[in-house]
Design a protein around this ligand. Structure first.
Ligand code: FPP
Length: 235
């Protein structure tokens, strides 16, 4: 493959519509979505993608029905319990983006333990956004820098892009090269706002449970063909 993105971010949209299409409960749409995500993670790891960020649960998702939130929390728990061994074996490092403290106790302990288990792995860096909001992440960074400035640990002049990036959940990782959002919606929906500054974006029409590894492979290829200028001119 000509040029592989170092960091791919995915908004896995369309589980609800998929369930509706198939006349089944929304929760089953999400379950099908987990199957798709398993394949995409495996392929990313095998292909040598550096970082894969998945939007699993936003701070706004708490507004959904109790039933749907419970179903998602259950799937998250099952996912970590059933996948951790294989991921660890493949050298995948798991990192949670978001306010883990705000998750139910069981989920919090399970995801923290997955982070601990895989801490030293140097394969695919798998970021899973849980109870995550991009604006909240930026505000968290601002507060941390302000605190450091107030305590005299840094000067105002020290605050630049590099210093700011160090305060993000993705502090030691490259910025997003490619953002994929399925289901045809063309929005960023508060996902990795800072990190997507120069991201190429693709919006495949398919609903997330129907997104296959072959489609992903083609999207990675489309990225390889795009010319990226980061605000400069070609040549
Ligand atoms: C968007 O579909 C998807 C979500 C809000 C959740 C995505 C979560 C998973 C795929 C499973 C859980 C994650 C892990 C890591 C195990 P939607 O429900 O907004 O779809 P709609 O717009 O068609 O209703």
């Amino acid at each position: 493959m000509s040029q592989l993105p170092k960091h791919v971010a995915i908004i896995m949209d369309g589980n609800g519509r998929w369930a509706k299409q198939h006349k089944i409960a929304t929760a089953l749409g999400h379950r099908k979505g987990v199957e798709a995500l398993r394949e995409i993670i495996r392929y990313s790891s095998d292909t040598g993608i550096g970082v894969l960020s998945l939007y699993a649960f936003s701070t706004e998702n708490w507004k959904r029905s109790r039933e749907e939130v419970d179903a998602l929390m259950g799937l998250i728990l099952d996912f970590f319990k059933s996948e951790i061994e294989e991921l660890h074996q493949k050298g995948v490092r798991i990192r949670i983006l978001g306010d883990v403290e705000g998750l139910p106790e069981k989920q919090m302990r399970t995801v923290r333990s997955a982070e601990d288990t895989t801490r030293n792995n140097i394969g695919l860096q798998l970021n899973i956004a849980l109870n995550y909001g991009g604006q909240a992440e930026i505000i968290r960074a601002v507060k941390s820098l302000s605190n450091k400035a107030m305590r005299g640990e840094i000067q105002l002049e020290d605050i630049d892009e590099q210093a700011f990036q160090k305060e993000l959940y993705t502090h030691d990782q490259p910025m997003v090269d490619l953002l994929i959002r399925t289901s045809g919606e063309m929005r960023i929906s508060n996902f990795l706002l800072y990190q997507c500054a120069y991201a190429e974006m693709l919006f495949p029409q398919v609903l997330w449970p129907d997104y296959t590894v072959e489609m992903y492979r083609q999207d990675l290829q489309k990225f390889g063909k795009r010319e990226r200028r980061f605000g400069g001119r070609e040549g």
